[in-house]
Design a protein around this ligand. Structure first.
Ligand code: GLA
Ligand code: ZN
Length: 671
């Protein structure tokens, strides 16, 4: 599907469920989908019940017909394995497949994404089904990808999981003493004598809400265990399919910054990344950009698939507002601008029943092509046909990285103190938005990724410093890199145990500071600091720190700690390490990151008015500038270099103005 020789353009399509409709409607579907320039369909996402009516019986007749239908119409297939929802008979006969919720409630049959990840029944039958599908359809050379299950996620707290958790802990820690040390169980007399003493951390044990635990170490390990358990389910199907069709890439649809699964670990087992993008109309476009970049970063910048988005509305928001005219196109190109090589929808056709019947689709309940949504889809489809293979495989050349780490996210969210308003992703977005608004390209990277390719690395709220990560940062700065971190950084190790001797622990020497105390400000209070002549608010957290070699760039202006440093810069080896001891506003982040970038010689892709986003992708055909006007008014944009808009075929000379109407897009090909 991605970087495959079967694909010569940005694939356009998405989830198609003809099994929910009479067969005599299928040909008309094909006519409409072809009319809309759809060329890929994701099939078989939720058909387990039909494919396997009991333990022994498999029935592929209908799927055979559907495969044949779409193949006859020249479509590519993204073939799902259907294991995202188990059949009713399986739940009745093998209740071990049912999940237990966080509050201890054992579920009955119902809904979807409902199988216990440690259920032997689930493992057995999911792998069997995946194997049968691969055997049966391996000769279809229009299968461009396997799509395992659907939006893996959630948690389970059943007895199977509890037993598996103990085994997982035994493997990780070897001895119960090591577990006690890692979780600091001397606190509140929690010493475990045997692995069998350990129970799952939920509302029946350590938690008093989902995010409030009395033992961070236990809860953190359970998150890791749960993410790995679900990953194992994916991997079992992967291995079964890969053995039969080694040349067909395998993926599963991720969900951006979805908290329960450590996607950076998952990515290692995925042939390419695909994800489902469902921003609300109100979501800042920078937040969507950040999610795309997070997904691109999972495989070190390789293009990804936009597996789902709605053509118009969703059904699950309180107010399912329409995507305004042009917005579906704009957001589709935003995905491509950030590294997507497909544009896909949920869904091809609205069902007549159940909870998604009012979710947007290519084919609406009206059943014909005379709708606004269908017209917009068709127009975009024609454009993608025209673009062809030109932009495929394009890479982004970022000099700035923001560190994103799932363990750190879990740990900061579980932390009791300093502030309920401290949310990891908000702090990531503050820095991301500042750079994105300046059209400075950013990679979101994991703690395992190489830093040496970047000039600036920002690690907001690097609360957990995993073993060896301080050394990685030390080397990066020492060799000339610029590093930025913030309040609530360097506190703990990978078990959430505090590094004693003063915060920010192992980062102290790099930053040249020592944090003595940290003041959490209630929502209606703020301090301030004056940076480069402008006074900015200091909110959320104010660290009270002392320098140990760092230069003070500015200090607090109020309260008993007025005059103490708010922002510092330490020259370390050939590089610089900045510490931002508080949270501020968008203007500050923009100025601050802008100055560091300027000093480091990091250039914006180009200058544009507010709300006009620009990214750059580079491949063997040249460089492509994606200019996206997110605004509700038109803007004039000056092109620094000459090039051709591949959407309009207009050739622009250097220094020429492009007038981009509201929500419009230009893709300039610089040869
Ligand atoms: C998810 C699922 C789809 C569908 C859409 C609706 O992304 O993968 O099956 O439910 O949401 O928005
Ligand atoms: Zn379970």
């Amino acid at each position: 599907m991605i970087e495959s020789n079967k694909v010569k353009k940005i694939l356009y399509g998405g989830d198609y469920n003809p099994e929910q409709w009479p067969e005599d409607t299928w040909e008309e579907d094909m006519r409409l989908l072809k009319l809309a320039h759809i060329d890929v369909v994701t099939l078989n996402v939720f058909s387990w019940a039909a494919l396997q009516p009991d333990e022994e019986t498999y029935c592929f007749d209908k799927l055979d017909k559907i495969m044949e239908l779409v193949t006859r119409h020249g479509m590519k297939i993204c073939l799902a394995t259907s294991t995202g929802a188990h059949p009713a008979w399986m739940a009745r006969k093998h209740p071990d497949i049912l999940r237990t919720e966080f509050n201890g409630m054992k579920r009955k049959f119902g809904s979807r994404h409902n199988s216990c990840p440690n259920s032997p029944t689930y493992h057995k039958y999911a792998v069997a089904l995946a194997t049968k599908l691969a055997e049966r359809y391996k000769s279809y050379d229009n299968i461009v990808a396997w799509h395992i299950s659907n939006e893996f996620g959630g948690e389970c707290y059943c007895e199977n999981c509890e037993k598996a958790f103990r085994k997982w802990l035994q493997k990780k820690y070897k001895t119960i003493d090591a577990v006690n040390a890692a979780w600091d169980t001397a606190f509140w007399g929690h010493t475990f004598y045997d692995f069998d003493d350990i129970v799952v951390p939920n509302m029946l044990s350590e938690h008093f809400t989902e995010n409030h635990t009395t033992f961070q170490g236990i809860s953190l390990d359970y998150r890791r265990f749960n993410s790995e358990s679900i990953l194992n389910c994916y991997r079992m199907e992967y291995d079964a399919i890969h053995a039969i069709t080694p040349d067909i890439p395998i993926t599963t649809n991720l969900m951006g910054n979805y908290q329960s699964l450590d996607y950076q670990m998952w990515a290692k087992y995925m042939d390419f990344i695909s994800w489902d993008n469902y921003p609300t109309n109100e979501a800042p476009y920078e937040e969507t950009a950040m999610k795309h970049d997070l997904m691109r970063g999972l495989k070190q910048g390789k293009p990804f698939a936009l597996m789902e988005q709605t053509p118009s509305v969703t059904n699950w928001l309180p107010y399912n507002a329409l995507k305004r005219p042009g917005v579906m196109r704009l957001w589709s190109y935003q995905a491509v601008a950030h590294g997507a090589d497909t544009v896909m929808f949920f869904q091809m056709k609205r069902s007549i029943g159940a909870c998604e019947k009012y979710h947007g689709a290519v084919i609406d309940h009206a059943g014909h092509e005379n709708t606004r949504v269908f017209r917009e889809i068709t127009e975009l489809g024609a454009e993608l046909d025209k673009i062809g293979a030109l932009t495929l495989g394009g890479r982004t050349d970022s000099k700035v990285a923001i560190v994103f780490d799932w363990d750190n996210w879990w740990a900061t969210d579980y932390s009791a103190g300093p502030s309920v308003n401290l949310h990891y992703c908000d702090e990531i977005l503050n820095y991301y938005k500042a750079l994105n608004d300046q059209n400075i390209s950013v990679d979101l990277i994991s703690v395992e990724d190489d830093l040496s390719v970047y000039s600036l690395v920002i690690a907001p709220v690097l609360y957990m410093v995993k073993p060896g990560y301080d050394e990685k940062i030390r080397t990066f700065v020492n060799e000339g890199g610029n590093f930025v971190t913030t309040f609530f950084s360097g506190y703990v190790d990978d078990h959430d145990l505090v590094t004693v001797g003063g915060y920010p622990g192992k980062l102290r020497d790099i930053l040249g500071i020592w944090v003595e105390e940290e003041d959490a400000l209630p929502e209606d209070t703020e301090n301030s600091f004056t940076y480069d002549g402008i006074t900015y608010p200091a909110t959320l957290i104010c660290d009270l720190l002392h320098t140990e070699g760092a230069e003070v760039l500015c200090g607090y202006e109020k309260d008993f700690y007025a005059g103490m440093p708010a922002i510092t810069c330490n020259t370390f080896g050939r590089g610089k390490a900045y510490y931002v001891a508080t949270r501020s506003n968008a203007e500050f982040y923009r100025t601050f990151t802008g100055q560091i970038c300027q000093e480091a010689g990091i250039m914006p892709v180009m200058d544009t008015p507010e709300s006009v986003e620009v990214t750059r992708r580079i491949n063997g055909n040249g460089t492509f500038l994606f200019i996206l006007n997110h605004d509700t008014q038109s803007h004039d944009i000056t092109l620094p270099l000459g090039g051709k808009d591949i959407l309009t075929d207009i050739l622009y000379q250097p220094g020429k103005n492009i007038t981009l109407s509201a929500k419009n897009v230009a893709i300039i090909h610089l040869p």
